[in-house]
Design a protein around this ligand. Sequence first.
Ligand code: ADP
Ligand code: MG
Length: 418
Amino acid sequence: MKENTTDNIKVLVRVRPFDHRENNSNNQTTKCVFADEISNVIELKGKTNNAQGTFKFDFVRNEQSSQRAIFSTIGESVVEKFLEGFHGCVIAYGQTGAGKTYTMQGFGDAIENEGEDDAENNKSNDVGLIPRALRRIFEFTKNTASDDEDVTHEVTCAYLEIYNEQLTDLLSSGDGNGDCIAMDGMMVEDSGNNTGSIPSFGSFSGGELAIREDPKKGTFVENLTKVKVNSAEETYEAFLRGSARRRVGETEMNRNSSRSHSVFSVTLTSTTRGRTTKEKKRTLHLVDLAGSERQKATEATGARLKEASAINKSLSALGNVIKSLVDVANGRDRHVAFRDSKLTWLLKDALGGNAKCAVIACVSPALINADETASTLKFANRAKLVKVRAQVNERAFHNHMNFGNTPYKSKANSNNNN
Ligand code: ADP
Ligand code: MG
């Protein structure tokens, strides 16, 4: 029997420690966020009523919480469900500097902490949720691939950025200057229907990638490069390369990467061959959102204003989609405007139903950020009310059947009413 479960989006709020700059400045280290890890309550003591109150979440983690603790609290369960056959999604939300990238990637480029099992105090390479998830995925594929039962796994990854409502392929084989980023030993595939064709070039000046919907495949990005990977190290290397390209775009195109959304996606296809062959295919989206802070009126003129509103479009659409999904969870018949932005359209299947979904809301402890922290907590407070009904994505076929035409049995999504 297929497992079909209803669950809420799981929400963890993580408070980061004061940083060096804040510690060196007297007026910036007034603390206004108090995290109780036992009751999972955050108390916010700002100076205005708008930035005050107590909020309860699935999980609350304080300034001392380790990367390992964050993974075991909220990342691991999504990954385990992903390995069982569910789609998965982990989204980092919060203002710039609140710890989203630290939480998802970690500090430095290492995939593994030295002496991880002995000590938690090695902060120099404090690896984040993405490398931890990758290690677990490949531990699974190694342990469960079997010659006897004829079980095989294939892992591919893709990485894209949404900036100004435009999608950029961060793993495409060229950046418009003829450089090749394909790694040795890695096959670069075309993800569109024309298999075998040369992957499209996604340049920073606007590789026009389009989002499409397919009754069988669900929402997908046309011509997005998928890279076949054989180990956690190789996958993480692809992630780091894509991240480096984001930074190149930042300097060369005068872009502000804290204003872009990035989505790193890992797809695992597991095939069990027998009299009937079964295939499970699922995707895990790991999302590092643009900073949620409101653009200050003084900063936003001309191109920056256009940029700010485009960024706000994806983030405010995300807020609206979450609001509508809460109504749907409460039994109201609501239109959910997934297509109002690239981000929400891309994450439609994840947010709208068929995925195990977690949100990590990152906040600063400092009083100067109280207003933004309040808005992050309000977003997180709504997200925890969204219900998702996810199903294992498996198809079975007798060996004489035409495999290509067998749809995945995954009809769990009742919210896709747009
Ligand atoms: P964001 O991606 O949300 O803009 P970052 O993840 O880049 O923010 O974090 C800003 C700074 O704070 C970085 O130098 C990062 O290493 C540090 N930092 C963030 N969260 C933590 C944490 N929980 N523990 C230690 N340092 C952190
Ligand atoms: Mg960041």
